[in-house]
Design a protein around this ligand. Structure first.
Ligand SMILES: [Zn+2]
Length: 120
C-alpha cells in the first residue's frame, strides 16, 4: 500500500471523493481513465485529468496514451504518456492500414497503478 499525501493538491475533492478514490485503488494493478474517474467521483473531466497527472508526478502510476483507430472500438496501441503522439504515416497494428491523416486516430489517457494507493 502506498500513500498519496496530497499536501492540498487534491483539496478540490471532498472527503467522500477522496474515500472513493482510495476505494478505486484498493487492489494492485488498477487502472483509471479520466472519464471513468469523472463519473465515479462526480467531478469534471479536467479535474479527473489533474488527478491522473498527479498520480504519475508522484510516482504512483505509469500513464499511457491509448491510441484508437477507426477500425475497432478498443485501443489499437499504447505509448508511454509524455512520449508524444505517433508519427504519421503510422501503421495501425490492428488493421495494418497506413494512416496518413491524423483525424483517423483518437487518443485517451490511462493511469496504471502497480500498487494499491490510499489517498489522504
Ligand atoms: Zn486500424
Amino acid at each position: 500500500m502506498t500513500s498519496f499525501k496530497s499536501g492540498g493538491k487534491i483539496s478540490f475533492l471532498s472527503q467522500w471523493q477522496i474515500n472513493e478514490l482510495s476505494r478505486h485503488f484498493t487492489e494492485p494493478d488498477r487502472t483509471a481513465m479520466p472519464h471513468e474517474l469523472a463519473i465515479k467521483l462526480k467531478i469534471n473531466y479536467s479535474d479527473a485529468l489533474t488527478i491522473i497527472s498527479l498520480l504519475e508526478t508522484e510516482g504512483l502510476s505509469n500513464n499511457l496514451l491509448l491510441i484508437y483507430h477507426n477500425c475497432q472500438e478498443a485501443p489499437v496501441d499504447t505509448l508511454p504518456f509524455g512520449a508524444g503522439f505517433p508519427n504519421l504515416p503510422w501503421k495501425c497494428p490492428n488493421c495494418e492500414v497506413i494512416v496518413e491523416d491524423g483525424r483517423e486516430l483518437s487518443y485517451d489517457l490511462m493511469a496504471k497503478a502497480p500498487e494499491p494507493i490510499e489517498f489522504f
